[in-house]
Ligand binder design. Structure first.
Ligand code: NAD
Ligand code: WQD
Length: 338
């Protein structure tokens, strides 16, 4: 059974990916410093799969602890690297936290594996690297634009670090997955998103408003050049996203296929406006959402949704859940945890 390290594996996307890795027959070791997650997530994972993952509480900024980890676990076949800070707004007010946490940890992990004969590495990237792309849907060939935030910059720099390292580290194979907008929760309602404080993202703010935690949702602008005036995004069910990681990992660990550095856009290929997301929520929850239109949010792009041709044809992965299914899973999770 191949052993896979999942850094940030108790986080939102990481925990859903650990479940899919276990179901696919991989042995999982999680590293997490619990800076944005809870150890209770381990029990949630076990309740779904019946398998308690190995967990090492460790801050990847602690270089010596990371070195010791890799001396202990010298039989790792692959790494899925989720560990990072991800709040765009916070990255603007505290850039050094983001450059340190998102880049020094990546460099430290790569330093431990660069001489290995055969190691696969899946990187959590983001559609934010495209900025406001000229063409919709966005393909992997779309130009990388000046990052809108230090957070987005750490994803761009992270990909450059991986590309350059994979060129000289002959045993290292890298796939960078550029996620669009992950939403929803595992259908079991055993794991889901646990936003810290006031949610910055649309869907958790919707469900927290509906459950009564927030008074009303502010819709950031309805005079964009789109059909209903609100921004368009590609909202992908987090379980579909998790499965994309397993497919990408299998491409590297199972086959004789050899690569150095590949990129895939991971989305549904469908754009939905903010008002369409609200309508979806009201449809599946059978309740009205309290919201108001306010001014635009700084840094928002008008539209971003994926051209998933490459992921569908070369990676062999395709999202299967609808927006309604994802929104219903988010709502069921919110009701479970409140
Ligand atoms: P998350 O915050 O839920 O998960 C990140 C996990 O990493 C947390 O459990 C946190 O405790 C851990 N962590 C952070 N710094 C660490 C460190 N120094 N050492 C050890 N553990 C550390 O975030 P998420 O939404 O699951 O995102 C996972 C990855 O996907 C991140 O790299 C993020 O940038 C990327 N991503 C997320 C989204 C999104 O919308 N959620 C979109 C695109 C890309
Ligand atoms: C979606 C839409 C908002 C909240 C961010 C990061 C990106 C990635 C995913 C990490 C936008 C509107 C939102 C609200 C609203 N994260 N909105 N009221 O901004 O597309 O992407 O999360 O990698 O890097 O930038 O997602 O959910 O914040 O916003 O009207 O209270 O919902 O204007 O149009 P976004 P989001």
């Amino acid at each position: 059974m191949k052993k896979i390290l999942v850094t940030g594996g108790l986080g939102y996307i990481g925990s859903h990916t650990v479940v899919e890795l276990q179901l696919a027959g991989f042995e999982v070791v999680i590293i997490d410093n619990l800076s944005n997650s809870s150890k209770d997530v381990l029990q949630g994972i076990e309740r779904i799969t019946g398998i308690m993952p190995v967990f090492e509480e460790l801050d990847l900024r602690d270089k010596q602890a990371t070195i010791t980890f890799f001396q202990k676990y010298d039989d790792i076949s692959g790494i899925i690297h989720f560990a990072a800070s991800k709040a765009v707004g916070e990255s603007v007010t505290n850039p050094l936290l983001y450059y340190e946490n998102n880049l020094s940890t990546l460099i430290t992990v790569l330093q431990q594996i660069q001489h290995k004969k055969d190691i696969s590495f899946i990187f959590s990237s983001s559609c934010t690297v495209y900025g406001q792309a000229e063409m919709m849907p966005i393909s992997e060939n779309a130009p990388i634009q000046q990052a809108f935030s230090p957070y987005g910059n750490t994803k761009q720099i992270g990909e450059e670090i991986l590309k350059d390292t994979a060129k000289i580290a002959k045993g290292l194979q890298v796939i960078s997955l550029r996620y669009f907008n992950p939403i929803g929760a595992h259908p079991s309602t055993e794991i889901g998103e646990l936003p810290d404080g006031v949610p910055q993202n649309l869907v958790p703010f919707i469900t927290q408003t509906a459950i009564g935690l927030r008074n009303e949702l502010s819709v950031f602008g309805n005079d964009y050049p789109t059909e209903d005036g609100t921004c368009i995004r590609d909202y992908i069910h987090v379980v579909d996203l998790a499965k994309a990681h397993v497919t990408a990992l299998k491409r590297l660990v199972d086959n004789a296929y050899k690569t150095s550095f590949e990129v895939f856009n991971i989305g549904t290929g469908k754009g939905s406006s903010v008002l369409e997301v609200i309508e979806s929520f009201e449809r599946v929850s059978k309740q009205q959402l309290n919201y108001k239109i306010v001014g635009k949010r700084e840094g928002d792009v008008i539209s971003a949704y994926a051209d998933t041709t490459k992921a569908n044809t070369i990676l062999g992965w395709k999202a299967t859940s609808t927006l309604d299914e994802a929104m219903l899973s988010a709502w069921k999770w919110e009701q479970k945890i409140r």
